[in-house]
Unconditional design. Structure first.
Length: 242
């Protein structure tokens, strides 16, 4: 019995070896081996000549760039639509926001106005001069003609500017006289009625004057400065020149 079992085991081993040899030498496996060898050879060739192979990403990026150039030449408007540029309305709204913020900050800082003290001098026995007239007009942010007209109406006298930019008035006036006039001018034609700020301007519409505030955007109608009455002397019946 033992001899028979040993013989059977030897036969099974030989059969398994023969089957294995048959399977290894089969044509299907030989084809697979050839394919594996070909792939390995191609990998070796690629690894050797890797420096000469063109970059695929770069190739496609060049193609895309050429395609974009053609599209821009054919449709220039599409480039603007696809770009990150702002439209006109967006830029306008952004400008308004920044301008309003700037004006708000400016208005908060300009809740007080700084005006230089008036400096006067006596020119003759009958005339006085306001030396820093131009500096006061700049601080008030008003035209010199308007301020001269207001001073003439308040004092009831004639005024003019000489070559030194001094305001020459007919009459004897001191610093406190001009200080009171400047305060009245600020209340009437500089200060905003709504927010009490001083960042304002005078706008003329036809024959009306408006104080426009840059802080609260209020628009206040003010009375125009009326010229002094001038008496006509000379031939009776002469027409008044307005």
């Amino acid at each position: 019995m033992l001899v028979k079992n040993i013989k059977k085991m030897d036969l099974n081993k030989t059969l398994s070896e023969e089957e294995g040899s048959i399977c290894l030498d089969s044509p299907a496996l030989e084809r697979k081996k050839d394919k594996i060898l070909e792939i390995a050879n191609t990998d070796l060739m690629i690894s050797e000549d890797s420096g000469n192979i063109p970059d695929i990403d770069e190739h496609f990026s060049r193609k895309k760039h050429k395609h974009r150039k053609k599209n821009r030449a054919m449709n220039p408007s599409s480039d603007l639509e696809d770009s990150d540029l702002y439209s006109y309305d967006e830029l306008l709204s952004m400008l308004r926001k920044t301008e309003s913020l700037r004006l708000i900050e400016k208005g908060q800082k300009e809740k007080t106005i700084v005006i230089p003290l008036p400096i006067t001098a006596r020119v003759s026995k009958v005339k006085s001069a306001l030396i820093n007239f131009v500096a006061i007009c700049k601080a008030l942010n008003r035209e010199p003609k308007m301020f001269i007209k207001f001073i003439m109406v308040e004092f009831g006298t004639q005024a003019s500017i000489d070559k030194n930019n001094w305001l020459i008035l007919r009459g004897i006036y001191k610093e406190y006289h001009f200080t009171a006039v400047i305060k009245r001018f600020i209340r009437s034609y500089v200060k905003c009625v709504a927010c009490r700020g001083f960042n304002t301007e005078i706008h003329r519409l036809k024959r009306e004057l408006y104080v426009v505030c840059y802080y609260c955007e209020a628009k206040t109608n003010v009375e125009p400065i009326v010229d002094l009455y001038k008496a006509l002397t000379g031939v009776p019946g002469e027409k008044r020149d307005n």
